[in-house]
Design a binder for this molecule. Structure first.
Ligand code: SF4
Length: 201
């Protein structure tokens, strides 16, 4: 199975690791990492809206941090652990979704009926092979119509979020966290789901 990763300076021939990472990352780990980022985006869509209603959940913030950090170069190349995180991400998304929908109903006196990106409806396949198949339909190469500058800007945003997570995760281990950082994880990941951003203007 092929992979596509170009997130670090060790990238093969300066363009992309497609068979095996120069860093040693396997295609299986790479594709599960892509799927983990996708699942985190679903959490972030609800997490951002929940924050706008004043709902914050430290466990969710920490999961976003740990999930993003797990996809940084040389951090986690363990497919079983990555699979576990992908499945947990779906459970966390359902939890945040439920909190948001409840808060919205209480505030607005009606059910939420806004349009949301398709990522919020994603569910993990039952098997690891199923997850790996799902991973082929997501990621930057799954949208060939995306204008080049926009593609690059999205990747830059994602890599910066991963970099932020590396420091945030270490800060967490020292008992420190920052609301502005946690809030931006939601905002930035949710921005990556905006399918209307298809041209650069
Ligand atoms: S993280 Fe690994 S697989 Fe990705 S570009 Fe860097 S060396 Fe290649």
């Amino acid at each position: 199975m092929d992979m596509f990763c170009r997130q670090c300076e060790q990238v093969t021939q300066g363009s992309g690791c497609v068979k095996m990472g120069t860093c040693g990352k396997s295609p299986e780990a790479s594709n599960l990492q892509d799927l983990l980022v996708y699942a985190l985006e679903g959490i972030a869509v609800y997490g951002k809206m929940a924050r706008e209603l004043g709902i914050k959940d430290k466990a969710v913030d920490r999961f976003l941090t740990e999930g993003l950090f797990a996809t940084v170069t040389n951090v986690n190349f363990d497919p079983p652990r990555l699979e576990e995180m992908v499945r947990k991400a779906h459970a966390v998304k359902e939890q945040v979704k439920s909190s948001f929908l409840k808060a919205y109903r209480e505030k607005e006196g009606k059910d939420f009926d806004g349009q949301l990106p398709k990522v919020v409806n994603w569910k993990p396949a039952d098997t690891k092979n199923g997850l790996l198949e799902q991973s082929q339909a997501i990621g930057i190469l799954s949208n060939p119509g995306l204008e080049e500058d926009n593609q690059s800007l999205r990747e830059l945003l994602l890599y910066n979020l991963k970099g932020m997570a590396a420091y945030a995760d270490h800060a967490l281990l020292l008992g420190q966290e920052n609301e502005m950082v946690n809030s931006f994880f939601c905002k930035g990941l949710a921005a990556l789901t905006d399918e209307t951003l298809t041209t650069c203007s």
